[in-house]
Design a protein around this ligand. Structure first.
Ligand code: SAM
Length: 291
């Protein structure tokens, strides 16, 4: 089934009386070259479990199923379920779950559909997806914030978001997303994707980022504190980090400045000048004031 052919895709959508909805980021891939590059960059093994977010009409899902042991695909749009039944129903290793990925416990859904082999108390799994662009940042934050049992992620997203993810301290694009991604993983842009390979084409250019996750050594409390401190630091981007942290977290300015100096951070720096590792040390020291 050549689902990547725009004509086949249009026929299937017409048969099910479906129109695609931009609000849900429904821009489907119609280029076999790009699809096979995503599979190649994801480095999937036949023994792997894969979580896909937003299978759409199932074009990437079919290729993921061929490359892996099991695919669990989360699709928010009920109207796509009969399409997915038609396009992936013949595959024994695909489960489609009708859910909003932002609300799902990824580890538990993987465990539930793989008899506990992957996810919660099981082996780490991979996330591979052509993401709905409106939800890219929340979905990435979710994986790191919840400490999901994920080995790697290979994600298509808007090019500007990919550039923010790999931005270095001191650059304009560097923000809380860069800090989280670079502290918990090693992100790399592995593919630039033109808008012409989608049906319908989106307004923006895209890129695929591959994240190799680092070993998770933080307790849930440490993780929560890390995100609290990073978010507070970037909440007032134009102010100094000392002012932003004390204002947002409601702490004495002198106390915050003392902690910053102890961590080796100049209190007059702005958050965008602070490295992910410094943020980690800062959150560890601040933990005592926040709990
Ligand atoms: N994987 C398909 C492809 O590559 O052609 C479709 C990708 S399309 C960019 C994004 C898909 O995510 C759509 O099918 C959309 O309905 C689905 N989606 C949007 N928001 C979602 C959410 N919160 N949870 C799960 N799926 C979502």
């Amino acid at each position: 089934m050549n689902l990547w052919s725009p004509n086949t895709l249009k026929e299937i959508l017409a048969k099910h009386n479906l129109t695609l909805y931009h609000g849900l980021g429904q821009h489907f891939l119609t280029d076999y070259g790009i699809l096979s590059k995503i599979i190649e960059k994801a480095e999937i093994k036949k023994t792997d479990g894969v979580l896909e977010i937003g299978p759409g009409a199932g074009v990437l899902t079919r290729l993921l199923a061929k490359a892996s042991k099991k695919v669990v695909a989360l699709e928010i749009d009920k109207k796509l379920l009969p399409v997915l039944a038609e396009t992936t129903g013949d595959l024994g290793n695909v489960v489609v779950v009708n859910a909003d990925a932002r609300e799902v416990d990824f580890d538990r859904v993987m465990a539930e559909h793989t008899n506990g082999e992957f996810g919660f108390q099981g082996k780490p799994y991979l996330i591979v997806a052509n993401l709905p662009y409106y939800a890219t940042s929340p979905l990435i934050f979710k994986v790191f914030e919840e400490g999901c049992n994920v080995f790697s992620m290979t994600l298509m997203m808007q090019k500007e978001v990919a550039e923010r993810i790999i931005a270095k301290p001191g650059s304009k694009a560097y923000g809380s997303l860069s800090v989280a991604c670079q502290f918990f993983s090693d992100p790399k842009i592995v593919l630039k994707v033109p808008r012409t390979v989608f049906f319908p084409p989106p307004d923006v250019e895209s890129a695929v980022v591959r994240f190799t996750l680092k070993e998770n050594l933080l307790t849930p409390d440490e993780r929560q504190n890390f995100f609290r401190v990073v978010r507070a630091a970037f909440a007032m981007r134009r102010k100094t980090i000392a002012k932003s942290l004390s204002g947002v977290l409601g702490l004495e300015r002198d106390c915050v400045e003392e902690i910053l100096l102890k961590t080796g951070i100049n209190p007059s720096f702005r958050a965008e000048q602070v490295s992910p590792e410094h943020f980690y040390h800062l959150s560890q020291i601040m933990m005592r004031c926040l709990t």
